[in-house]
Design a protein around this ligand. Structure first.
Ligand code: ATP
Length: 306
């Protein structure tokens, strides 16, 4: 049965043999066609959750389904619907890129898959390397192979686990262009990353895990609205000197004639801050107010969850 929920997780718990509770009852649905961000600090439980979906870690209890198929009871069917781009890959370095991708296709019972493999290699700029041994590839090229191997069976759901850690800007941009297109074709993409600006740019909805619990799940715009913080950068015609305490409390940076203030719309109305700035002995020559970033929302939410 095809469900419009790509991922359905309810009451999901993972207690490792060490006694560590990595997932403490998580409820999470990802709709088909979403570009979804799964964020959280180190050790929050993201990889545990992904590995449960991929069938490489067994859940302790709860529901985990991919398009309605249970990840354990219906392992074959659920696994076929999922592609996981892991952080690292264990492979035999003596295979060429094409041989490796054909072998991966074989795991999914796909024997005549070369048209799609050629397309994938072209999209990921791997065509020149099709006959190169994996061991002779640079780190960036190996990353591309990791992505290609997750997509050999054109899965409707793709999970990218920290795909851009240590990757150069060009590859990163190429990867995002490709994943955007894959998503626009109707596939669901789930991204975990520590680069919050990437999640901010790409994801429509975002979940934040902290110590195995879901502490936020919302549209990106709602998450951004929920943080009242703004960063105000003020440039004066000369050094304004020491700021009075009510401004000094907001100060996060200072350089020559510039001061950076972090202001909270609730407790520091912008008008009051401006009146105080105008009372300083230096003239304001420039003002820049930056909208809240996902990083601010993330920091606020994690602070509340502690
Ligand atoms: N096999 C295991 N045995 C025992 N504890 C584990 C195991 N795997 C993970 N853990 C613990 O479970 C917690 C969650 O780990 P997990 O890797 O899921 O977090 P994460 O959010 O993916 O972190 P990161 O961002 O660092 O990859 C951590 O405290 C980790 O030490």
């Amino acid at each position: 049965m095809i469900d419009s929920l790509a991922i359905h997780i309810a009451g999901l718990r993972k207690l490792y043999g060490s006694g560590h509770l990595a997932l403490a009852g998580v409820d999470l649905d990802v709709h088909a066609g979403e570009f979804f961000g799964l964020l959280g600090p180190n050790g929050a439980g993201k990889s545990s959750l992904i590995n449960i979906l991929a069938g490489t870690v067994r859940r302790s209890s709860g529901v985990a389904e991919i398009f309605g198929f249970d990840v354990e009871q219906d392992f074959r069917r659920s696994r076929r619907l999922l592609g996981v781009v892991p952080q690292e890959l264990a492979y035999d370095p003596f295979f060429t890129v094409r041989e490796f991708l054909r072998m991966q296709s074989g795991y999914f019972g796909l024997r005549h898959n070369d048209d799609w493999l050629d397309e994938l290699m072209a999209e990921l700029d791997l065509t020149d390397k099709a006959d190169t041994n994996l061991r002779a590839l640079s780190g960036g090229m190996k990353r591309r192979v990791l992505i290609a191997q997750a997509l050999v069976h054109k899965p409707p759901v793709v999970v990218l686990d920290e795909p851009t850690a240590g990757v150069d800007v060009e590859l990163r941009q190429g990867l995002w262009r490709f994943m955007r297109r894959y998503n626009e074709e109707g596939h669901t993409v789930i991204l975990t990353t520590h680069y919050l600006e990437e999640a901010e740019e790409l994801c429509q909805r975002i979940a934040i895990l902290q110590q195995g619990r879901l502490v936020a799940l919302d549209n990106k715009d709602e998450l951004l609205r929920s943080t009242g913080w703004r960063v105000l950068t003020v440039t004066f015609d000369h050094d304004p000197g020491t700021l009075p305490p009510e401004l000094a409390d907001l100060l996060t940076g200072a350089a020559e004639n510039t001061r950076v203030l972090r202001i909270d719309a609730q407790s520091n109305p912008l008008g009051d801050v401006l009146i105080r700035l105008q009372a300083l002995p230096a003239q304001i020559v420039d003002l820049h107010l930056q909208e809240p970033r996902l990083e601010d929302a993330f920091t606020d939410i994690l602070g509340q969850g502690r």
